[in-house]
Design a protein around this ligand. Structure first.
Ligand SMILES: [Zn+2]
Length: 553
């Protein structure tokens, strides 16, 4: 047996890639590597997840990485299936702090029967009732959420339940083979896990008495395809699951392989050709999985791809710490193509998704889109855009869509009146004068997203322009300063000029600058603070601004 982990299959995709043609999009490089193996069709692209409390954007990472590779292969004429396993025969190890309801809204444990959930620790997710009482099980609830997220992003995945793969006999040949070769299996795994000793049997029966997964197998009967077990305590990760002491017999379908064997087992029974995974697996179950695939199961492992995790607002994603964002939430702030673009970027690069700076992400996306249409003079962006853009959008039109810059859309979001929004966007040259209704409609769709962003982040755009004159009164000095400012605006100045004129006007009328700004915020927003006033007023219709400064309308 080899203890050389640098086998040809160990994360060699990069090296393989460099020996083939240069590609501008990583998914094409991976597709090249898959093609060199001449796989049977349909080509199987897999991902997988263990059900947790909330399906969030971190789970989508794997779905989207697989999607791009599948899309490139389909474009080259291959038949491809994107399979996603719900590793739902795993035990619930500890109570999640947060759950997501059927609509994807995040709720605390207080809103469900947490006691009932607590009594199910150690049982497979599929044996635990849905805390919301709707789906068949906890696992089914979670899988449905993930499938819905995938749908929202326009990615068609086939969810496969691990529990079902055991129940319907799909896993039978793998379990039989591993248990028939238990000695070899033990020797291979012992190189990776210190806890593997002489007694170790690579099978975890479900106790018929208490329903929990257990690990003390006392006898294997290959002919009857059963094992005898004692329900002892089992250590899973950092948690210990208490056993009930029951002694019983389980069939090969009434239990599961430990993860280190189950993963390569999935490659075998599903015929997996490619699988992306996070770097936790790259250092753990991938090298042992390769070894088990080659030396226990005698199969070829799939083409691997390690992706970097992204951080959210500078911190690691964490359901328990509440640092997550769901697809539903993100799609209130961004168009689906922008979310897809985020995952089309180089998977090897660590990235931060900073919700407070979504404007930068959208600006990058817009540039990427313009590059595809030949409007950006930067070869590195253009080459990537030409390769990746067709997979990021539903369909690339002949003409580029009209995009309002995200922060401008946020400014329009401060204005409730639709006609005024159109006028402002047209005046600024973001919408052509001759645009038809559907073009205008499509362009304005971003305003709602940017408005949601302003409200969620409570940033400088989270104000509403008052359509009617608020009920205000000013002393004579301030009133005179406002009238003077009205003259300045009427003379036609840019936003930046108006901003500096506000300072001049306050000085000329011998009033505090803060007082004049506050007067402006009260007039336009009925608030005592707001965004950079001069620049905002510069975006509005001159006539409207002048009338309001004069307290006439
Ligand atoms: Zn038990």
């Amino acid at each position: 047996m080899s203890d050389d982990h640098e086998s040809p299959h160990t994360l060699a995709a990069d090296d393989d890639a460099e020996s083939t043609a240069h590609r501008d999009f990583w998914a094409e490089t991976i597709a090249d590597t898959i093609e060199t193996r001449d796989p049977d069709e349909p080509i199987i692209v897999k991902g997988g997840v263990s059900p947790s409390g909330v399906a969030h954007l971190g789970n989508v990472n794997e779905i989207m990485r697989g999607y791009f590779v599948a899309a490139v292969l389909r474009d080259r004429g291959h038949e491809v299936r994107q399979v996603f396993t719900s590793d739902d025969k795993d035990p619930l190890r500890k109570l999640p702090r947060k759950l997501a309801d059927t609509d994807g809204n995040i709720v605390g444990l207080g809103e469900v029967d947490a006691g009932a959930l607590g009594r199910n620790l150690g049982k497979p997710y599929t044996a635990i009732p849905d805390p919301f009482g709707e789906a068949d099980s906890y696992a089914a609830h979670f899988a449905a959420l993930l499938e819905a997220d995938s749908d929202r992003l326009g990615v068609d995945i086939e969810m496969r339940s691990n529990t079902e793969l055991y129940a319907d006999g799909t896993f039978d040949p793998v379990v039989s083979h591993v248990l028939a070769n238990a000695d070899t299996a033990r020797e291979v795994l012992a190189e990776y896990q210190a806890k593997v000793d002489e007694e170790y049997v690579p099978f975890n029966p479900v106790c018929e008495e208490c329903g929990k997964l257990t690990e003390t197998v006392t006898n294997i009967d290959l002919d009857s395809e059963t094992v005898d077990y004692v329900c002892t305590d089992m250590v899973v990760g950092d948690e210990t699951i208490d056993g009930c002491g029951h002694e019983g017999t389980a069939t090969f379908r009434e239990g599961k392989l430990p993860w280190r064997f189950e993963w390569p087992g999935q490659w075998q029974v599903l015929g997996v050709d490619f699988e992306p995974f996070g770097k936790d697996h790259a250092e753990g179950s991938w090298p042992s999985g390769v070894d088990i695939a080659e030396n226990v199961l005698d199969i070829e492992p799939p083409v691997p791809m390690v992706y970097e995790w992204f951080t959210l607002n500078g911190e690691a994603l964490s359901s328990s710490a509440g640092n997550i964002v769901t697809v539903t939430e993100l799609l209130e702030l961004l168009e689906p193509e922008v979310v897809r673009y985020f995952f089309a970027l180089d998977p090897k690069k660590a990235r931060d998704l900073d919700l407070s700076r979504l404007d930068q992400l959208v600006d990058d996306y817009d540039r990427f889109e313009r590059a595809y249409y030949g409007e950006v003079d930067d070869e590195s962006v253009t080459e990537f855009a030409e390769a990746a853009y067709p997979y990021v959008v539903d369909e690339a039109d002949d003409e580029p869509p009209i995009r309002l810059p995200y922060t401008f859309a946020a400014v329009l979001g401060m204005v409730e009146d639709r006609e005024l929004r159109i006028k402002l966007a047209t005046d600024e040259g973001h919408i052509p004068d001759d645009a038809d209704v559907s073009t205008i409609e499509a362009a304005l769709a971003r305003v709602e997203k940017a408005r949601n962003w302003a409200e969620r982040m409570d940033n400088a755009y989270n104000y509403r322009l008052q359509t009617d004159l608020p009920d205000v009164e000013f002393d004579d000095d301030v009133a005179a300063a406002l009238d003077a400012l009205a003259e300045v605006v009427a003379a036609g100045h840019s936003g930046e000029e108006i901003q500096s004129k506000i300072y001049d006007t306050a000085r000329d009328h011998d009033i505090e600058i803060g007082e004049l700004f506050e007067a402006g915020y009260r007039l336009f927003f009925d608030e005592t603070q707001g965004p950079r006033l001069g620049e905002f007023l510069g975006e509005l219709e001159t006539e409207f601004v002048v009338g309001r400064l004069r307290r006439e309308r």
